[in-house]
Design a protein around this ligand. Structure first.
Ligand SMILES: Nc1nc2c(ncn2[C@@H]2O[C@H](COP(=O)(O)OP(=O)(O)OP(=O)(O)O)[C@@H](O)[C@H]2O)c(=O)[nH]1
Ligand SMILES: [Mg+2]
Length: 598
């Protein structure tokens, strides 16, 4: 008899222990050999391991024997950070149930509410699970109450586990088999349909498609097509993820796996597209809404000759990061590049880091900007994504900007600090609710522009890490903002321009000049650093010249030789100044440091 299939995903607030719980499941089901086991084994990307966070959704197949019955469990681990919530939304379309995981030392957090809502919207079966119960200060009883209130479930429905010791994980596997429904039977048993949730690119095998089979079955050698993109290909291999890719004979309705396509063009299809038989195509399955970028920044190759390489790198990166969007643009000074859309500042950081590490790209990145909607004097309305294009003078009539609606969870002790921070970020509190355990749940609104001023990190700081935030983009509202330009050696550096709140322009200008002063390497000549708003210099500093000790190796008193060398140095500097004016080399790490707001 074929094994019974159960598809589920683990969702939770960041760091609540999803990937660690997955480790224990992989161990108990003997999916991963003991010698290959390591902490958060599903976090396979270098950046994931370095930062200790999950960035990508990750499917894995397990076999589980429950009494006489055999189960095929398809687990999809998801990231907890809000910038990667597009990964969660895609995972949820491939499963019938979720484990809503809550860290029993932390309790319900902001992202718990968001991911729970996503699972509810999909009509998925929800199994509430408390984890980290091995920690001495875990508050299992309190957090049980919180979850009961949140879900309206019975306390007995909640499972308690430790991802560290493995306690309770076997019982959890049993609950998954019992409570999560088997996949619905195929609507078109004769045909074949699979929903694509992810891609990977392999140099020798081309595009690899990760998908969930909804109808029929698929095997090697069959000719299939992408319903939306129209492209067809012969299946070179079908397989499952264990987490290594392992070829199998056949993937049938309800299963999750991959197909090797051999296609070498990365842009062949999008996530959310449907695979079907080329000769008997079925209509596409409902896909996903496209990810909506929150911030934009432009990326240019440091050397214009690398433009094509940068395009290739982005095309490949897009395959394994479907939330990334980009389009070509050109800027007078920086040349040809791409305007990229990101889901948040961490996403931006990860993408630029991956470009550098995985593709060896030297890039210049502009200060990130949100989209402003500008009405011009002649009545036309435009969305402006790049600060360098934000009109500086009177031809604009009005500007509107996106606001967010957010929720903050925190212990009451931090209320003072959090309220001050909210005030500094132009936010207002719409509602305050006291949770069962005494924590406060604030509903807030704030300009997205202010959220991007490192609000996340500051919130963590003022609350000793206890406050958590989730948000969604709400509406557009009138904005009082100006463009702030930075000049180096009297030359405007478009990559450094940004749009800031009018009443903070001077403060921000000074802060940027100070930061540039600290990060910019000294040159052969004095370097003037200036900030400018509406044609007026509002901050200025001079970076003194580098003075190499050209006389250091001279012993004794040959003063004339010494003078001669110093004179030569002076002339060299003058030349360098003439040559280098407006052409100062700004190293990549200075760009990276300047784009990070603080
Ligand atoms: N003591 C204890 N520590 C745990 C347990 N589960 C996870 N941790 C620790 O909590 C931290 C976060 O664990 P992860 O498994 O990476 O959390 P995550 O939910 O996958 O994090 P993201 O994917 O980034 O959202 C790690 O330091 C783990 O070692 C547990 O049951 N007990
Ligand atoms: Mg994780």
């Amino acid at each position: 008899m074929a094994a019974a299939i159960r598809n589920f995903s683990i969702i939770a607030h960041i760091d609540h222990g999803k990937s660690t719980l997955a480790d224990r499941m992989l161990e108990i089901t003997k999916t991963v050999e003991a010698r290959k086991m390591k902490e958060q084994v599903l976090d396979s990307m270098e950046l994931e391991r370095e930062r200790g966070i999950t960035i990508k959704m990750q499917p894995v197949r397990m076999r589980y024997q429950r009494g006489a019955e055999e189960f095929e469990l398809n687990l999809i681990d998801t990231p907890g950070h809000i910038d990667f919530s597009y990964e969660v939304s895609r995972a949820l379309k491939a499963v019938e149930g979720v484990l809503l995981l809550v860290d029993s030392t932390q309790g319900v957090q902001a992202q718990t509410l968001t991911t729970l809502q996503m699972a509810k919207d999909q009509g998925l079966t929800i199994i509430p699970v408390l984890t980290k119960i091995d920690v001495p200060h875990s508050r299992v009883a309190d957090v049980t109450d919180e979850v009961v209130t949140l879900l309206g479930c019975a306390a007995e429905d909640i499972l308690c586990v430790s991802g560290k010791t493995g306690q309770g994980v076997k019982e959890l596997l049993d609950a998954i088999c019992e409570r999560i429904p088997a996949p619905a039977p195929s609507e078109f048993a004769q045909g074949f349909r699979g929903l694509i949730f992810d891609f990977q690119y392999s140099n020798h095998r081309g595009v690899i498609v990760f998908f969930r089979v909804f109808d029929g079955a698929i095997r090697k050698g069959e000719v299939v097509r992408f319903v939306n993109s129209g492209k067809s290909f012969t299946v070179l291999e079908v397989g499952i993820v264990t987490p290594e890719q392992k070829p199998v004979e056949l993937l049938s309705a309800g299963e999750i796996g991959y197909i090797v396509t051999g296609i070498k063009e990365p842009g062949v299809a999008r996530v959310g597209d449907t695979l079907t038989f080329d000769k008997a195509p079925l209509p596409g399955l409902p896909g996903y809404a496209e990810a909506r970028p929150v911030v934009w920044a432009s990326v240019f190759p440091e050397n214009q000759d690398d433009f094509t390489m940068l395009r290739q790198a982005l095309d490949r990166l897009k395959l394994s990061d479907s939330s990334l969007s980009y389009e070509e643009e050109s800027s007078g000074v920086l040349g040809r590049g791409f305007r990229c859309g990101f889901l948040g500042m961490l996403h931006l950081e990860i993408v630029t880091e991956r470009l550098r590490r995985e593709f060896d790209m030297e890039i210049i990145i502009t200060a990130p900007s949100i989209a402003y909607e500008i009405t011009f004097a002649d009545g036309h309305v435009e969305s402006i994504y790049a600060a360098s294009r934000f009109p500086d003078h009177g031809d604009k009539v009005s500007v509107r900007e996106p606001w967010i609606l957010g929720q903050i969870f925190m212990p009451p002790d931090y209320m003072g600090g959090v309220l001050t921070l909210l005030f500094e970020h132009e936010a207002s509190v719409l509602d305050t609710e006291v949770f069962r355990d005494g924590r406060n749940l604030l509903t807030i609104e704030m300009p997205l522009r202010e959220l991007m001023r490192n609000f996340f990190d500051k919130l963590k700081n003022v609350s000793s890490g206890y406050a958590s935030l989730s948000y969604e983009i709400a509406e557009m509202r009138p904005a009082d903002v100006v463009r702030l330009d930075i000049l180096v050696a009297e030359e405007l550096i478009p990559a450094f321009s940004r749009v800031v709140g009018a009443r903070k322009a001077e403060f921000d200008g000074r802060a940027m000049i100070d930061k540039l002063y600290d990060t910019m390497p000294r040159q052969q000549f004095v370097l003037k650093l200036q900030a400018k708003v509406r044609g007026k210099i509002i901050a200025s500093r001079s970076l003194s010249a580098l003075r190499k000790d050209v006389t250091g190796y001279l012993y004794g008193g040959d003063i004339t030789r010494k003078m001669k060398l110093l004179q030569k140095q002076k002339e060299g500097k003058k030349k360098a100044l003439e040559r280098g004016k407006g052409n100062v080399h700004i190293p990549q790490d200075v760009f990276m440091k300047m784009v990070k707001s603080d």
